[in-house]
Design a protein around this ligand. Structure first.
Ligand SMILES: Cc1ncc(C[n+]2csc(CCOP(=O)(O)OP(=O)(O)O)c2C)c(N)n1
Ligand SMILES: [Mg+2]
Length: 584
């Protein structure tokens, strides 16, 4: 009897929520994004208790986008916390987006109590089956498996299902310790692999015989922090390079060897392509004719074995971490120096195309009439943005044209709709970037350039930005619609054909239209942020400068543009949803 009493005195009870919080803390998880409800409120409170920053969002989709962006920016996963059923369903969009982008994220979903399974419990959903591919249990979470599977190999999403009764269950801490739960030390960064030396030698030999070489830098290079190595390789060998959308900034966009302004020609005429952490998917036109030379030899560098040979059989396949493999290539070129000559026909042809395209861009940007076109808007934004700012962007024309005109000079400083082409990611990404930056010594500005449609998907996250005082600058490029819109006059005319405010109006309102001149700036102002309604280049410049100077609170510039403004002079028309053809 005595010994039982002693045990009772020494016993410290700990809940399932506390176990999860301590396990995440042990894994150096810094951020949790989510929306609470039964049964996960306790988990959110417990993680705050151990010093993890909990960020309450307005939709689980945006929460999951934010968590995955932290994973990309830091290399360590953040957690997205959701309730069961509808909460998890919303987060699925973020998990799919993370998987497509190869970004790590851990999602923790509360589920109904185990004894109510299949009984029609509150928000019950067969989530375990829906997420079988990425499913883990609380035990896995505690054993570091969740963090490990999100970052090892090719990164991605991982789901931990926690039943309600497990969150509140109480156990003796001593029993937990003596078990294997807390035995897991912090999971180290992923082991990085090297390519086979023979393949490296082959790649070097192939590059040396190339007449029209091209390096393509993908976001895999950004994720592996290969910027120094890639820069040395490109400069040592004098190679032209082209970034993919989120590969922008691994090397500065204004680097003299960047041939982004002659993208189509570079892709079409290259005879050897060094593919660094980029996939030959729709963004790179599958690596196939008519956008690529049918004889092109691809030196493919990728961390994922399954990726090698997708769509195009590589001439040389280098399986490994981008940074390591580029170091291997560099090792060869340092020993046996080789430099692609700068006076070749290839360089001349690329430069000539770049100059022509840049002239065209400048001519369009010089238009100062109102309403503005996309090019004028981006020209002024580009002039004012600090060189080190983080640019988040989504939309169709807004993102495509913006990508060509807004330069990145630093790696991992561009976040956009990505491989999945997902609209609605922008605000979550911007929140993540602002949080990550706030923890850095030299904190950089986050600028979120949104189409008006894109903004609408997660628009309520401006409240999140205002609540946490995140100094994000949102620029809504407002053309009253998706790809293009109608002007207020046409909208009125359409109204005469059928009352647009009734269901009859559905017949005449073009599917691409959104409410003309909608006041997105007032949405920001409603929560205490600064809102600006902008029509002219002067208004744009002064509002943006004010926002850049003011670091205190979030702001939104609602920039009205000509609803008929469009991409100009496309060489190849295309049915893909986003264009990489803008002149080039
Ligand atoms: C989740 C999701 N839904 C729908 C789409 C289809 N889509 C592609 S771009 C786009 C919006 C484009 O309009 P906007 O953001 O206003 O940019 P704009 O081209 O007008 O500048 C949409 C809805 C998508 N890509 N993702
Ligand atoms: Mg639009």
């Amino acid at each position: 009897a005595l010994s039982t009493e002693v045990e009772a005195v020494n016993m410290e009870e700990i809940t399932g929520a506390q176990i999860i919080a301590e396990a995440l803390k042990a894994q150096n998880v810094e951020y949790m994004f989510g929306i609470v409800g039964v049964p996960v409120i306790e988990v959110a409170m417990a993680v705050q208790g151990v010093g993890i920053k909990y960020v309450g969002m307005r939709n689980e989709q945006a929460a999951c986008y934010a968590a995955s962006a932290v994973g990309y920016l830091t290399g360590r996963p953040a957690v997205c916390l959701v309730v069961s059923g509808p909460g998890l369903i919303h987060a699925l969009g973020g998990m799919a987006n993370a998987n497509m982008n190869c970004w790590p994220v851990v999602v923790i979903g509360g589920s109904s109590d185990q004894n109510q399974e299949t009984m029609g419990a509150f928000q019950e959903f067969p989530q375990v089956y829906a997420l079988l591919g990425s499913l883990l249990s609380v035990m896995d979470c505690a054993r570091a498996q969740a963090v490990r599977s999100s970052i090892y190999g090719r990164p991605g999403a991982c789901y931990v299902d926690v039943s309600g009764d497990m969150v509140t269950a109480r156990v003796d801490r001593a029993r937990v310790r003596s078990g294997f739960l807390f035995s897991a030390p912090c999971c180290p960064p992923p082991p990085v692999s090297l390519a086979h030396p023979k393949a490296v030698t082959e790649a070097v030999a192939m590059l040396k015989t190339s007449k029209q070489p091209l390096v393509i830098v993908g976001k895999g290079a950004a994720y592996s922090r290969a910027e120094d190595e890639v820069q040395e390789l490109v400069e040592l060998c004098g190679l032209p390079f082209l970034p993919t959308p989120m590969g922008k900034g691994v090397l500065p966009d204004d680097h003299p060897q960047c041939v982004a302004a002659a993208r189509s020609r570079a892709l079409l005429q290259a005879d050897v392509v060094v593919l660094l952490g980029a996939r030959l998917n729709w963004i790179l036109h599958f690596g196939l004719p008519p956008r690529f030379n049918p004889q092109v030899k691809v030196i493919q560098v990728d961390i994922c074995a399954e990726e090698l040979g997708n769509n195009v059989k590589p001439a040389v396949a280098l399986l490994g971490d981008i940074r390591n493999v580029v170091s291997q290539l560099l090792g060869c070129f340092r020993k046996d120096a080789w430099r692609y000559q700068s006076d070749t026909m290839w360089w001349r042809s690329l430069k000539e195309k770049m100059n022509a395209n840049e002239r065209m861009s400048k001519a369009l940007a010089a238009h100062s009439s109102v309403p503005m076109n996309y090019y004028t808007v981006f020209h002024h934004i580009a002039e004012l943005l600090p060189h080190d700012c983080i640019i988040v962007s989504e939309g169709a024309n807004t993102m495509d044209i913006g990508r060509t005109m807004l330069y990145n000079r630093l790696p991992r400083h561009r976040l956009d709709a990505g491989t999945f082409g997902t609209m609605g990611v922008g605000l979550g990404f911007a929140i993540a970037a602002a949080l990550v930056e706030s923890g850095r010594k030299t904190c950089q500005r986050v600028v979120c350039v949104e189409g008006d449609s894109a903004f609408g998907f997660s628009g309520m996250e401006v409240e999140t930005m205002c609540r946490y005082k995140l100094p994000v600058i949102i620029i809504v490029v407002n053309n009253n619609g998706i790809y293009s819109g109608v002007d207020p006059h046409t909208w009125d005319e359409l109204g005469k054909m059928g009352d647009l405010t009734t269901i009859v109006g559905c017949v005449v309102a073009p599917p691409v239209t959104l409410l003309p001149e909608a006041r997105y700036d007032q949405v920001m102002a409603a929560f205490g942020g600064q809102g600006f309604f902008v029509r002219t280049p002067q208004e744009l410049r002064s509002a943006l400068q004010l926002c850049l100077d003011d670091w205190e609170r979030p702001s939104l510039l609602n920039v009205l543009i000509d609803p008929a403004s469009d991409r100009k002079q496309q060489v190849v028309s295309t049915l893909i949803p986003f264009s990489f053809n803008i002149w080039f």
